[in-house]
Ligand binder design. Structure first.
Ligand SMILES: *Cc1c(COP(=O)(O)O)cnc(C)c1O
Ligand SMILES: [Zn+2]
Length: 388
């Protein structure tokens, strides 16, 4: 296909794309896939898209897998971008949209990233894949690894939502529960991966999960007839979706599909774990680890993110912002979204709506702007969060 090389997102060092790799060999930061976009554009045109398959593989020419035989799919992506008029009316908003990622395989947008990581790991010869996960990434890895015939080794905090643990057990993964946070799980993977022969698919510590998640950006543009919204509100853990969309916008501009106008990117975190919000407010490019991280939104319980500078750069460059909401605000927001629009959303998705209320109150968004909320997961995976 059209991938040419990997490039360090911080120092720019060039790496070969055709072998298993994690971080930049020079500075230890994430690697980005780079493509021959001129070549991709010979067949990937905006006009070619309407008749293509209704999943994320419709953007095949800007995805990294060489051989179609390695594409490991369960039907991920091409999710609805639905109008939310009744919800919007609560705040007097005339153009509110929800990108509903809950209908992905395994019930969250983690499917996009893990689909791509597993497809690439298969192509590059890995057989045992290891992951630290706050919940949904584990379920997605387990499912795609099973589909690809690879082994999955999963490390999750013991208090991860039950549904995420059980789905892994029922999709053939090896599961270890850790008394700690996702960072402790990551340390366990790092400690054992060499001797166990595992390939580490931690988010942004391997180059391809972000390639799956970038399809969110392509879909937004295609679904809005090659415009972008004014505001994107994104619940941020490791930040892979936000970083991926930001990369997709640049690629689409290079392809001549969109102009240089970008949405204001709003990073939403939980009050109990808000390292990006702290760094944003402090004017820092790299975030320090957030102590005693706690939130019911397990996807947001990421006290330290290796892609911190990429999140913060995109938020600042886009003139967006970062803000936190409490768990109680998430739970009430979920009820409002559900009652208004019939979507039973994950606490992470609900956090976006709670954040939007604050932004409107502060005058940070206009009521006639096109605003996209990301519902990144299905409420049914979080019964513990909602059941009291
Ligand atoms: C993982 C996750 C997030 C955060 O995604 P990142 O790409 O890590 O920022 C948000 N919502 C849900 C439901 C998740 O599973
Ligand atoms: Zn580097």
């Amino acid at each position: 296909m059209n991938i040419t090389h990997l490039e360090c997102a911080l120092c720019g060092a060039r790496h070969e794309a055709d072998k298993l790799q994690n971080l930049c060999a020079v500075c230890g930061k994430p690697l980005f896939a780079r493509y021959d976009l001129e070549r991709a554009a010979q067949t990937l045109t905006r006009e070619s898209l309407p008749t293509r398959r209704p999943d994320m593989w419709r953007y095949r020419e800007v995805l990294p897998v060489e051989d179609d035989a390695n594409v490991t799919t369960l039907g991920e992506g091409w999710t609805p971008l639905t109008g939310a008029p009744r919800l919007g009316a609560r705040l007097g908003l005339s153009n509110l949209l929800i990108k509903d990622e809950s209908i992905n395989p395994t019930g969250s947008f983690k499917a996009r990233g893990l689909c791509m990581a597993v497809s690439m790991a298969k192509e590059l010869g890995a057989t045992k894949l290891a992951i630290p996960s706050a919940g949904n990434a584990a379920g997605a890895l387990a499912a795609y690894a099973a589909r690809a015939g690879l082994e999955a080794f999963i490390f999750m905090p013991r208090d991860t939502p039950r549904a995420c643990i059980i789905e892994c057990l029922y999709t053939g993964a090896h599961v270890e529960l850790i008394d700690g946070l996702i960072t402790d799980c990551g340390a366990e993977v790092a400690r054992r991966k060499e001797s166990e022969g595992w390939f580490d698919v931690s988010t942004l510590k391997e180059p391809y999960r972000v390639e799956g998640k970038k399809t969110l950006g392509y879909e937004l543009a295609e679904q809005l007839a090659w415009t972008l919204p004014d505001v994107v509100i994104y619940p941020t853990g490791g930040g892979t979706g936000l970083i991926g969309m930001w990369k997709a916008f640049d690629e689409m501009q290079a392809l001549g599909w969109i102009d240089g106008k970008r949405p204001r990117m709003v990073s939403v975190q939980a009050a109990g774990c808000a390292p990006m919000v702290r760094a944003f407010e402090a004017g820092e490019r790299f975030a320090t680890e957030f102590p005693d991280a706690a939130t019911t939104a397990s996807g947001l319980r990421v006290p330290k993110a290796i892609g911190d500078f990429l999140i913060l750069d995109a938020v600042r460059e886009s003139k967006g912002t970062a803000l936190a909401v409490s768990d109680d605000e998430m739970i009430s927001a979920a009820r409002e979204i559900g009652a208004s629009e019939g979507l039973f959303v994950a606490p992470e998705g609900a956090a976006c709506w709670a954040a939007l209320g604050k932004l409107v109150a502060a005058g940070a968004v206009r009521r006639d702007e096109t605003i996209v909320l990301f519902n990144t997961g299905a409420g049914v995976k979080y019964l513990e969060s909602f059941d009291n």
